[in-house]
Design a protein around this ligand. Structure first.
Ligand code: FAD
Length: 391
């Protein structure tokens, strides 16, 4: 059996590793010519780490992961700690430590695990079709590339990201994503305890905004700033420090230290969008996976983890239906749409509270944070983590 995977992001590569482990012949095609992930880092929550462990990457991901011992919320302007609590109860409950990881390193880890030389770079898919649709009666799916070449396979997995062309094919037309109302600036800086403790995930909150740092390996903080602003607001590349200094002028000294430390040239600026969950992920021998299937806001840090869950679920589906592509893809779809859709909606809800869609609800959240001993926040995070394919 041969599978073609479109997209060498964390979803496509996890799926490639997962299918290869079953002995399926896998070919990965990626439009970019080199490994250049968008964004600085991600938090791989325990459910994502369990999927990577399942794929045989336990040691590798632990080496890349930052150690988060505690979590805190800090009042934006005064710098007063609203709450601080240990992550240990969460780790005990779900049985796995989460790991914030630099994106480029996660990407390289996955590429090496699959085989960098086996990834076909510079191959932009321009169309995909299922055999029965293409009218030739064959039991295969076909992908056409911008360079004029074509591949056929027993199945095609479109892990082609948030603007997926495969999704358009599977759903029969384009969809409109929803702007979530804010822009995320993110990057990496050297750890500086004037910003937050070295083993803490620190989040400054106020005015429907947040500024956050968490450790990744190599003595670095992954940082991000959320700034509510209109979609398509003008931005001059490299001006992150100037913009953030103006937006957060009256925030606490730790935030000012972060703004002074960041490198404006490497700070990313991402407009945040998501997509209403949908439950058709498969058309014939073509299926979507990762952001192509469930594009979420990053507010609960689950988009990439959910893509890793897809990959393991896909492996289980082909393990259980080894010679039957339609049955395996149907099992994959049945296993994933509800869970992934729920994470999208949970993230959307959290996004609205964090970014003051209803200012009174956000003010209530700030009051709750001052009373918090970690129990409620950990319960919420555990709720996100539980329910994946690897228990
Ligand atoms: P992508 O990573 O987008 O990869 C898709 C790949 O397909 C790309 O390499 C692209 O070049 C390629 N491609 C696209 N079209 C074609 C084509 N036509 N032909 C060939 N190749 C193509 N998730 C978490 O789990 N935790 C977090 O903390 C977290 N934080 C985030 C913070 C921000 C600011 C953002 C924006 C997202 C965050 N996410 C997080 C979500 C996470 O980044 C995504 O869910 C994840 O990258 C999805 O992986 P993917 O492989 O599906 O898609």
């Amino acid at each position: 059996m041969k599978a073609v995977i479109i997209g060498a992001g964390m979803g496509g590569l996890s799926a490639a590793i997962a299918l290869k482990q079953l002995g399926i012949e896998v070919e990965v095609y990626e439009q970019v010519t080199e490994n250049k992930p968008v964004g600085a880092a991600i938090s791989v929550w325990s459910n994502g780490v369990k999927c990577l462990n399942h794929l045989g990457l336990e040691r590798e991901v632990a080496e890349l992961g930052g150690i988060v011992e505690t979590m805190s919320y800090v009042e934006a302007k005064t710098g007063d700690t609203m709450c601080r609590f240990s992550m240990q109860p969460l780790i005990d409950e779900v049985g796995q430590r989460p790991y914030p990881v630099a994106r480029a390193e996660l990407q390289l880890m996955l590429m090496k695990a699959y085989g960098i030389d086996d990834i076909h770079f510079g191959k932009k898919m321009i169309s995909v079709s299922d055999g029965s649709d293409s009218g030739d009666g064959s039991d295969s799916a076909t992908v056409d590339f911008a360079d004029g070449t074509t591949v056929t396979a027993d199945l095609v997995i479109g892990a082609d990201g948030a603007k997926s062309l495969t999704r358009e094919y599977v759903l029969g037309g384009p969809v409109t994503r929803r702007y979530a109302g804010y822009v995320n600036f993110n990057g990496l800086v050297e750890i500086d305890e004037a910003i937050g403790p070295a083993t803490e995930w620190t989040t400054y909150v106020g005015d429907g905004r947040r500024v956050s740092v968490m450790p990744v390996a190599g003595g670095r903080f992954y940082f991000f700033f959320d700034v509510p602003m209109p979609e398509g607001a003008p931005y001059e590349r490299g001006s992150a420090r100037k913009v953030l200094a103006a937006e957060f002028a009256d925030w606490a000294p730790g935030v000012q230290t972060l703004i002074a430390a960041l490198d404006p040239a490497t700070t990313n600026r991402v407009e945040i969008l998501d997509l209403d969950p949908f439950h058709t992920w498969v058309k014939g021998r073509v299926a979507v996976l990762g952001d192509a299937a469930h594009n979420t806001t990053p507010d609960i840090g689950q988009g990439g983890c959910s893509a890793m869950e897809d990959a393991v679920a896909l492996q289980y589906a082909f393990r259980d239906h080894p010679d039957d592509v339609p049955a395996a893809l149907a099992a994959y779809q049945a296993a994933r749409t509800e869970r992934a859709g729920e994470l999208v909606l949970r993230a959307r809800k959290r996004c609205d509270v964090t970014h003051a869609k209803d200012p009174e609800k956000t003010a209530q959240w700030y009051r709750e944070l001052r009373e918090e001993d970690g129990t409620n926040i950990i319960r919420g995070i555990v709720g996100n983590i539980m329910g994946g394919p690897v228990t």
